[in-house]
Design a protein around this ligand. Structure first.
Ligand SMILES: N[C@@H](CCC(=O)N[C@@H](CS)C(=O)NCC(=O)O)C(=O)O
Length: 208
């Protein structure tokens, strides 16, 4: 069985838990909540598996491991209904997943983290908060334009891109973002939540 190291409160980790739930894949879960220098991610054993010291991380029985949430989504998603067979739709799915890491995560997720985690207090300067708000609103507006046109981000099918972007969009209010007033995003959030097999952020294996 695989072992998933994940942070219960984090969207990057939640994406992986959400896909594994949809695919009914069993795993042993090891929680790695942020705890400064005492974090599990700072141990030499963990750093040998992932030198970046970040979760999520999947450890395979073979001794191999895999990090980066979107690479993990790709690994488990390949060959399933969550990856479109059509080449252009598949590329659009990746387009949104790169957007998530390159634009959305660095603004929407970071502004939430700055408020949620006491150790990020030094990032709460008025200028930094204003920049993150501006960047995050631009990211959400870009999603809104797409979701006014299609049911899901890469088109009419539910794909890895939706699982990926749901992670930090559904909890964006933690960072002071208003997603509910964007009707395309609000309807999409509900659509993703209503997918059979969906689990919430605080769901962990063994917890019904
Ligand atoms: N690009 C990475 C980002 C992973 C990341 O930033 N993980 C954070 C939680 S969201 C983490 O592990 N922080 C713990 C630490 O830095 O000790 C991914 O998508 O997996």
């Amino acid at each position: 069985m695989i072992t998933l190291f994940s942070m219960p409160s984090s969207g990057n980790s939640y994406k992986v838990r959400l896909l594994l739930a949809h695919l009914n894949i069993d795993y042993t879960h090891i929680a790695a909540e942020y705890d400064g220098d005492a974090s599990l991610t700072r141990t030499s054993e963990f750093l040998a598996k992932n030198p970046t010291g970040k979760v999520p991380l999947v450890a395979f029985e073979s001794g191999e491991s895999l990090s980066e949430s979107n690479a993990i989504l790709h690994y488990f998603g390949e060959g399933t209904r969550f990856v479109p067979s059509d080449r252009l739709s598949r590329a659009k799915m990746y387009q949104w997943m790169f957007f998530e890491q390159n634009f959305h995560e660095g603004t929407v997720a970071v502004r939430s983290a700055v408020y949620v985690y006491p150790q990020r207090e030094m990032d709460r300067s008025p200028q930094r908060l204003a920049d993150l708000l501006d960047g995050g609103n631009r990211a959400l507006d870009i999603m809104e334009v797409q979701l006014q046109q299609t049911a899901y981000l890469a088109g009419e099918e539910f794909t890895l891109a939706d699982i990926c972007l749901y992670g930090y969009t559904h909890s964006a209010s933690r960072g002071g973002f208003d997603v509910e007033s964007r009707s395309g995003i609000a309807a999409w959030l509900k659509r993703v939540r209503d997918e059979p097999g969906h689990v919430a952020l605080d769901w962990l294996p063994g917890r019904e």
